[in-house]
Design a protein around this ligand. Structure first.
Ligand SMILES: [Zn+2]
Length: 293
C-alpha cells in the first residue's frame, strides 16, 4: 500500500501566507518520524545531490542507522560506523518519509535520500547538509555555538536561569535573545511570544531589567512550553482552555496559542486586545496590560 508522510508541510506556503515556521518541537517531531522509518535498519543505498558528499554514499551504504537526534533545529542521523549526517532545514528543507523508492511528484530538488528495505527518508530543498565523523561533531560551527537544548531532559530551570543571568546574555533585549540559538536551542518565533506572555514580561526588557521572579518565570516558561509543544504537537495554550475551545468548535489554529496570531483578540488573562508588533525582524504578539515594562 502506498504510504507517504509529509513531515513538514510546504514551507514555501508557510512563508508566503505568513504561517508558522518549524521550531525545536516541530523538528523533534519530524526526527521522531524519520527515526521510526530508518533507525535499526541497515541502509540499502544513499543518495547525496552535492558532489562533495558523493563519496559518503559508499561509506554509509549497508550501515545501520543507530539514532536520529536533534540539536535545536539541526537533525543528526547517526550510523553504526561512527559517521553522522548533519542537516539543517533552514527555511525551505522538507523531509518526506515514503515506502522504499516511492518518490513523490514534486518540483523540489532531492538533496539526500536514505533507503532501506522498506522505507526511504527523503530530504528536499535543504542546502545545509554535511557528513561528519563523530570525532569532529563537537567542532562543527553550528553545534559548537548552540546553547542548551530545551528538549534535553536533563536541562533544569536552574540551568536556564543561569543562562538568563550570564554576562554574555543579560544585557540583551529579550525579543532578540529568545531567538538566538546560541542562548537556548529550540526556541523560535511562536515560542518567543508565548514564553514572554506566560512569564508576564514585556518583550523589550533585558534580563538585567527583570526581577528574580520574572527570570524564574521566563526560565520555567521556556522549558515547559517547549516541552508541552513537543508532547502535544504544537499546543502552547493552557491545555484545559485548548480542550474547551476545541469542544466549542475552534480549529487547531484557533486554540493552539495564548497570544501568537491573536492580534486584536482579547487577552485570556485580562481581556485587553493582544498587540502585534515587529521585533527583531519577526512578528511578535503580547498583552500590553499583563506584560508591563
Ligand atoms: Zn492581558
Amino acid at each position: 500500500m502506498l504510504h507517504s508522510l509529509v513531515v513538514f508541510c510546504c514551507l514555501d506556503d508557510f512563508l508566503y501566507n505568513g504561517v508558522i515556521m518549524p521550531e525545536g518541537p516541530e523538528i523533534r517531531l519530524a526526527a521522531d518520524k524519520i527515526a521510526k522509518a530508518i533507525v535499526g535498519q541497515p541502509t540499502t543505498e544513499l543518495f547525496f545531490a552535492f558532489d562533495e558528499l558523493k563519496p559518503f554514499e559508499e561509506t554509509l551504504r549497508g550501515q545501520t542507522v543507530t539514532a536520529v537526534e536533534t540539536r535545536g533545529k539541526a537533525i543528526l542521523t547517526r550510523f553504526a560506523n561512527g559517521y553522522t549526517i548533519y542537516s539543517h532545514n533552514q527555511l525551505y528543507g522538507v523531509w518526506m518519509i515514503r515506502d522504499a523508492y516511492d518518490f513523490p511528484q514534486t518540483n523540489r530538488d532531492l538533496r539526500l535520500a536514505i533507503h532501506n528495505a522498506k522505507k526511504s527518508a527523503l530530504l528536499y530543498s535543504a542546502s545545509d547538509i554535511e557528513v561528519l565523523h563523530n570525532d569532529a561533531l563537537s567542532e562543527h560551527p553550528f553545534l559548537r555555538n548552540l546553547g542548551p537544548d530545551l528538549l534535553n531532559d536533563t536541562l533544569t530551570v536552574e540551568h536556564v536561569i543561569a543562562r538568563f543571568t550570564d554576562d554574555r546574555f543579560r544585557r540583551r533585549r529579550l525579543y532578540s535573545l529568545l531567538l538566538d540559538q546560541g542562548f537556548l536551542a529550540g526556541l523560535g518565533n511562536y515560542l518567543r511570544s508565548e514564553v514572554l506572555f506566560v512569564a508576564q514580561v514585556h518583550p523589550s526588557l533585558r534580563p538585567v531589567d527583570c526581577s528574580p521572579e520574572q527570570i524564574e518565570r521566563l526560565a520555567a516558561a521556556a522549558l515547559t512550553l517547549t516541552r508541552q509543544s513537543y508532547e502535544t504537537k504544537g499546543i502552547t495554550n493552557d491545555l484545559q482552555r485548548a480542550a474547551d475551545l476545541k469542544a466549542q468548535g475552534c480549529s487547531y489554529a484557533e486554540y493552539r496559542f495564548r497570544v501568537f496570531n491573536r492580534d486584536s483578540q482579547p487577552c485570556y488573562g485580562c481581556g485587553t486586545p493582544i498587540v502585534k508588533d515587529t521585533l527583531g525582524g519577526r512578528r511578535s504578539y503580547f498583552c500590553p496590560t499583563c506584560q508591563t515594562c
